[in-house]
Design a protein around this ligand. Structure first.
Ligand SMILES: Cc1cc2nc3c(=O)[nH]c(=O)nc-3n(C[C@H](O)[C@H](O)[C@H](O)COP(=O)(O)O)c2cc1C
Length: 472
């Protein structure tokens, strides 16, 4: 998995000005919005950290808690993913009503009629790195008057420089690192499926590197048969056997190159697509786990009340959890199909390379008929020999990696169903135990009676009793 450069360690991160709102590792914040980001429901941890009453934030746009230190480039990326129907993950600094701040790792996902976001307290080294990145980007936004798009581009470039090949790679790692740090902090075991998928990501990174190496090797082979033909043309002006062999070699080589290009670049980029599917699976696995935990928090009756709004919200979050699990299954099935295609593609290319080998050997035999010819061609033929040997070795490694990925995926699939029911039981037990943890796990939605159930502080309630922001 990507290692973040230590030169960007949090030693350089600017300290946040102002006071931080206390936020316990055990707590999860959630909110649900409509499709424009207007808040429809949230839990009481959201209300406590944001410092707003239920009446103030229900119906308010989410930017109610936007902190001026947050770069607009981040929100640009965040919305791009949500609008594409994909999960969006990122570190967010929020501002509470009294001017204090709190950092979260937010995992948002589209749901029926809008979006849903669960947040946890960030705790990893990656968080401190990103905090420093945001501070620099925010300064640039102001100094250079950057648009949201331009700022987003700079953020993606910086993430690339930090070793994240794509934003999904960053999202999957941030969510995995924070989930693992939270599990460790809470003294509970790490999620097995997520841990297996994290291991798989390493094999995928290796496969992507092998794929790049293979393309490079083919590239370096491209000119060699042309060189051979030039030499042959000098020595065999009438077009002798070596010219013919070089031409045959080039035709076969072009055919293989075309197939290789089809498999490794553009839409057919098998390794890239497999990597995307597994990372998506990892993001969704961690999201599903958060949804499950959140749903068991909501299910708990607070102060003996069990309003219909709470039940409705519980059903929404529970459905999200099971939908996310189904999407994990679909992503992993995609990845398994791609692994099978990669094995078949590597086999096919190896078969074609064997044909190329026959032509190469013919060229070697033919060149030995004439000393002058052998002397002129031997360097080029040696190069062809060595590049072809490397190509065969690279195809073998790619094939081995694809088999390893396929095996891991079937193991993960076999244990996933088991882990899902274990997770459900664990989350339910934790929710039960949370009754004694001193943390309130309440919930608020469009029904104002819930606000009273939550016992929100009177000073937060606005005097006229009307929502400050009405849903537009
Ligand atoms: C589900 C969901 C959760 C969000 N959570 C936050 C949040 O915690 N803090 C925040 O500043 N913006 C959050 N946003 C994004 C806001 O809607 C908004 O885009 C952001 O505050 C930037 O506002 P601006 O573009 O008007 O500057 C969330 C949006 C959605 C859909």
């Amino acid at each position: 998995m990507t290692q973040v450069s230590q030169t960007n360690s949090y030693a350089n991160a600017p300290r946040d000005a102002g006071q931080e709102v206390p936020f316990d590792l055990r707590e999860l914040i959630y909110s649900r919005t409509d499709d424009r980001g207007v808040i429809q429901a949230a839990n009481d941890v959201f209300g406590r950290l944001a410092g707003y009453s239920f009446r103030e934030f229900i119906g308010a746009p989410h930017k109610l808690i936007r902190h001026a230190d947050m770069p607009k480039g981040f929100f640009h990326i965040f919305w791009q993913y949500l609008k594409a129907g994909e999960p969006a993950v990122g570190y967010v600094k929020n501002r509470s009503k009294d001017g204090r701040y709190y950092w979260v790792l937010a995992a948002a996902i589209p749901c029926d009629g809008g979006y849903f976001s669960v947040r946890m307290k960030p705790n990893s080294n990656l968080f401190h790195t990103i905090r420093a990145e945001y501070a620099n980007l925010r300064r640039r936004e102001e100094k250079e008057d950057l648009s949201a798009e331009a700022s987003a581009e700079i953020l993606l470039e910086r993430l690339n420089e930090l070793g994240f090949y794509s934003y999904p790679e960053f999202m999957s790692q941030a969510l995995q690192e924070e989930s693992a740090a939270r599990d460790a902090g809470l003294g509970r075991p790490a999620d097995k499926v997520a841990a297996h998928l994290t291991g798989l990501v390493t094999a995928l990174t290796d496969a992507l590197k092998e794929q790049t190496r293979l393309v490079g090797l083919f590239d370096s082979l491209k000119l060699l048969p042309v060189n051979m033909r030039l030499i042959a043309a000098r020595l065999e002006p009438q077009g002798g056997p070596i010219s013919q062999i070089s031409m045959n070699y080039k035709t076969s080589f072009d055919n293989i190159s075309e197939r290789l290009t089809k498999f490794v670049t553009g839409e057919a980029n098998i390794c890239g697509r497999m990597d995307t599917a597994v990372r998506r699976g990892l993001i969704l696995t961690n999201c599903a786990r958060l949804h499950l935990e959140m749903s068991s928090h909501i299910r708990r009756p607070e102060s003996g009340t069990e309003g219909s709004e709470r039940r409705k919200e519980h059903l929404i979050v529970e459905k999200l959890g099971s939908d996310s699990q189904k999407r994990v299954q679909a992503s992993l099935a995609d990845a398994a199909n791609l692994a099978a295609s990669l094995i078949a593609a590597a086999f096919e290319i190896r078969r074609l390379v064997l044909g190329l080998d026959t032509i190469r050997i013919l060229g070697r035999v033919e060149s030995r008929r004439d000393h002058v010819f052998e002397a002129a061609c031997s360097a080029t033929l040696d190069q062809i020999d060595s590049v072809q040997a490397e190509i065969s070795e690279s195809l073998q490694s790619l094939s081995n990696l694809a088999v390893q990925i396929q095996t891991s995926l079937s193991m993960i699939n076999a244990t996933r169903a088991k882990a899902e029911s274990a997770q459900a039981a664990q989350a339910a037990a934790e929710a039960e135990a949370a009754g004694d943890d001193g943390i309130e796990h309440g919930f608020m939605s469009g029904d104002p009676s819930d606000a009273a159930d939550m016992g929100l502080s009177a000073e937060n309630d606005i005097s006229d009793g009307a929502p400050r922001y009405a849903a537009e």
